[in-house]
Design a protein. Structure first.
Length: 373
């Protein structure tokens, strides 16, 4: 058994997440732990809620980070807004839509799937056709930025259509938040969740969520108890809600929240519009560079995620070998394809703190050297 402290290697994290963490976030996380009900900590919680409202572009009172990774945020939204026997439309154009369907079915609901080919955005027409045929649907859920394929869907229009048919909406913004516009109030999203480890430049483990009044009203009037004690919003609210006196629900990950606070401050200092612009411009430079190496881009123009390029593995090139050479010789991590795209694409992220010119040049130059010999 080792008796040495673990010192991680210095990597450039250009996979589908986590991205590199800003040093200020790491420093914040190393500060002394205080109690999760200390008045100074409650003050920090209020600041985090306010900064998250800015990040999500919302005034929703119930905006806070769930203690857990993005999948817990996903589950928290679904278990609160899905009741047994309910009809739910789940849009699937990659791995994470599939995960939503699994959770919906575990809630005892009837999941109707609107499917799009992997690598394409969800079709707004197809959603509308499915809603017409299933007028008793109560909820529509979809992934804004599908990290398994690199496709960006039109969240604003999908939500608009869902509301036309009186459905609530849940939007996964794990990869989109901070990297592309996510406008919760303007787009009228009812429930939204994200993750700390992508465009927010924070370590994994926290999932910012936000619920509007309509979603809260649904949760308060549920016929069945939320089947998860930990994620039941009616209970979590005692700790993260607006009451002057907060009470114990679970022991919050205190130092992780120091980190999120610092990451959100950094985003506020940069200005969220500037962050969206930086991701877009860096992606354009990167795509140009990839093309000049003769590499093909998997997603068609207009539907590409600025924070994640999906690149076709050229014929005759060993996908795993290229990734392991990038890691071992250049300290650059990129992601493999998932599911049906395994071995066919690379997923190269330019998310949050990772999205800068130095990393673009380092990755292009390393790929050039590896592909040439
Ligand atoms: C779009 C999307 N949704 C959900 C998740 C799940 O997040 P986590 O891995 O933090 O549980 C991810 C993770 O990559 C994701 O990309």
């Amino acid at each position: 058994m080792s008796t040495q402290p673990f010192i991680p290697p210095k990597r450039i994290l250009m996979g589908p997440g986590p991205s590199n963490v800003h040093p200020r976030v790491l420093q914040a996380m190393a500060r002394p732990t205080i109690g999760h009900l200390d008045p100074q900590f409650i003050k920090l919680m209020d600041e985090i809620k306010e900064l998250l409202r800015y990040t999500f572009q919302t005034k929703n009172e119930l905006t806070f980070p769930v203690s857990g990774p993005g999948s817990v945020g996903m589950e928290a939204c679904l278990v609160n807004l899905v009741e047994p026997g309910m009809k739910v439309i789940v849009c699937i154009n990659g791995v994470f839509g599939g995960r939503m369907k699994d959770i919906v079915e575990r809630c005892g609901a009837n999941a109707i799937v609107v499917e799009a080919p992997w690598g394409e955005a969800i079709s707004t027409n197809k959603l509308e056709e499915t809603l017409k045929k299933n007028s008793d649907t109560k909820l529509v859920s979809f992934v804004h930025a599908e990290t398994s394929t690199g496709a960006l869907s039109d969240a604003k229009t999908l939500v608009e259509i869902a509301h036309k048919y009186n459905c609530l909406t849940i939007v996964d913004t794990v990869t989109s938040l901070g990297g592309v516009p996510v406008k919760v109030d303007e787009w009228n999203i009812d429930a939204v969740y994200s993750g700390s480890q992508k465009c927010l430049s924070c370590p994994p483990g926290l999932s910012p969520v936000s619920f509007n009044e309509k979603a809260i009203e649904f949760i308060k009037n549920r016929k069945h108890k939320v089947q998860s004690w930990f994620m039941d919003i009616n209970l979590v609210i005692s700790y993260w809600g607006s009451a002057a006196k907060r009470s114990y629900h679970h022991t919050a990950p205190i130092n992780a929240l120091y980190g999120l606070h610092e990451a959100l401050l950094l985003l506020k200092e940069e200005g969220i519009e500037n962050s969206w612009k930086r991701h877009k411009e860096n992606n354009e430079k990167f795509i140009e560079g990839l093309k000049s190496l003769g590499l093909g881009i998997f997603v068609k123009e207009g539907q590409r995620l600025p924070e994640l390029a999906t690149v076709k593995v050229p014929d005759g090139v060993n996908d795993a070998q290229v990734r392991s050479r990038l890691l071992n010789e250049f300290n650059i991590e990129i992601g493999a394809g998932l599911g049906i795209l395994a071995g066919k694409i690379w997923r190269i992220g330019l998310m949050g703190y990772t999205s800068n010119e130095g990393n673009i040049n380092a990755c292009l130059s390393a790929l050039k050297q590896i592909l040439n010999n």
